[in-house]
Write a protein that binds this ligand. Structure first.
Ligand code: MRU
Length: 381
């Protein structure tokens, strides 16, 4: 991958600026950073077909709601490059939609590519699909940058309250640049604050079972030089009780029109602990993560069930440097692996979007996004 962000502040890996996804220079593939081997190896995976894109999303070589959407858009490009027919388009959209059920950006991005090409002649579709996927990526970068600017104000206020001492932010999972095309959602304000001279320190939840905090968030923050400390998932409440967390800042895979948020399993427990300890709990999101068609997160957001092996086995690097997996549960142990949970809007202090910070409520979101469909007016809310 070539440098793509030389003019922007952000994350650098081995001296090169990266986006997490980009079309390959030869125009017949898409290159992604393989997140299943981080932080031990930094490898680019070249995806050349719908099958490979589908597998990359399911196996979480790419993950994070906005990045899943962008990758799926390129999956449609590759499917159409092989066969631009109506049937091929429908098959690609259906297969990619099914890869990960909770993150709504996937559906949003697929609808956008589908709408751009569906009425075209088959021979015109491929070029327009590539253009649309590239626009989805560029738009995501711009949205995340703006989330960063709005969230930065919250960090500035927290820093002022602390009289210059470091602002301690607790985050869960990975909502950084690896989870988006660039910048990240929850981590975008952190990067801007750090680069702007605000002392910030991040408590990084390990995020069992896949350890996105330990392997991805710690990697990103380390690469950027942001002070951070890895903590066990269960430590958050304890840290909050002792006044060691100034605010929580997390991402979301789907936000309802009323402000409920689905995010990585364990997020809800952090929100409960935050409420009990008077710690502000912020959720950062691009509007592409809002599902305007639903308002009751608990009842209406599908929760992805992932393989039990993610719980019964742990992957990592041995002291000799080999990457391997080991079992941590008795053979045959039954395990249930809900990948996300829903935090009700009442526990969310505010949503940080590309248009500003708002209450996690129907009114709050409608004020920032007046053009969005009004559920109540349609009799569905
Ligand atoms: O299962 P994952 O790793 O895709 O889950 C990701 C998250 O929970 C992120 O917080 C969410 O996608 C927001 S990313 C900007």
């Amino acid at each position: 991958m070539s440098p793509v962000r030389a003019t922007l502040p952000g994350v650098r890996v081995n001296g090169t600026w990266y986006r997490s996804i980009r079309p390959a220079a030869d125009g017949v593939a898409v290159d992604v950073i393989d997140q299943t081997v981080l932080p031990h190896r930094f490898e680019i995976a070249r995806l050349v077909s719908l099958d490979e894109v589908e597998r990359a999303i399911v196996t979480m070589q790419v993950r994070g709601a906005p990045l899943i959407g962008a990758t799926a858009a390129y999956g449609v490009c590759l499917a159409l490059a092989a066969d631009p027919s109506d049937a091929s388009l429908r098959r690609a959209v259906a297969r990619l939609t099914a890869t990960r059920p909770t993150a709504v950006n996937l559906r949003w991005a697929l609808r956008r590519v589908d709408a751009a090409v569906a009425d075209l002649k088959p021979e015109e579709r491929v070029a327009v699909a590539w253009e649309t996927a590239a626009r989805i990526c560029d738009d995501d970068v711009a949205l995340c940058r703006r989330i960063g600017e709005h969230g930065l104000e919250l960090l500035r206020e927290a820093a002022a309250r602390k009289g210059g001492g470091p602002v301690n932010v607790l985050t869960h999972c990975n909502a950084g640049w690896l989870a988006t095309v660039d910048w990240g959602t929850a981590l975008a304000p952190v990067y801007l604050a750090h680069d702007g001279g605000i002392a910030v320190h991040v408590w990084v939840d390990e995020t069992r079972p896949r350890n996105q905090g330990a392997s991805l968030t710690a990697f990103e923050l380390g690469a950027h030089g942001v002070p951070h400390t890895l903590v066990a998932d269960n430590a958050g409440g304890h840290l909050m009780q002792r006044g060691l967390v100034d605010l929580c800042l997390v991402g979301t895979d789907r936000t309802t029109a009323a402000g409920d948020v689905a995010n990585k399993i364990g997020t809800y427990l952090k929100a409960l602990a935050a409420r009990d300890n008077g710690v502000p709990f912020y959720v950062a999101l691009p509007s592409t993560t809002i599902d305007w068609e639903i308002s009751d997160g608990l009842a209406e957001i599908p929760i992805e069930q992932r393989p039990a092996e993610e719980l019964t086995r742990v992957w990592g690097r041995t002291r000799r440097g080999e990457l391997t997996e080991v079992e941590v549960a008795p053979p045959g142990c039954t395990a249930r692996n809900d990948a996300f949970d829903v935090t009700p809007a009442r526990l969310v202090t505010a949503l940080v979007t590309e248009r500003g910070v708002c209450a996690a409520s129907t009114d709050g979101l409608q004020r920032l996004f007046p053009e969005a469909p009004d559920l109540e007016a349609r009799g569905a809310g």
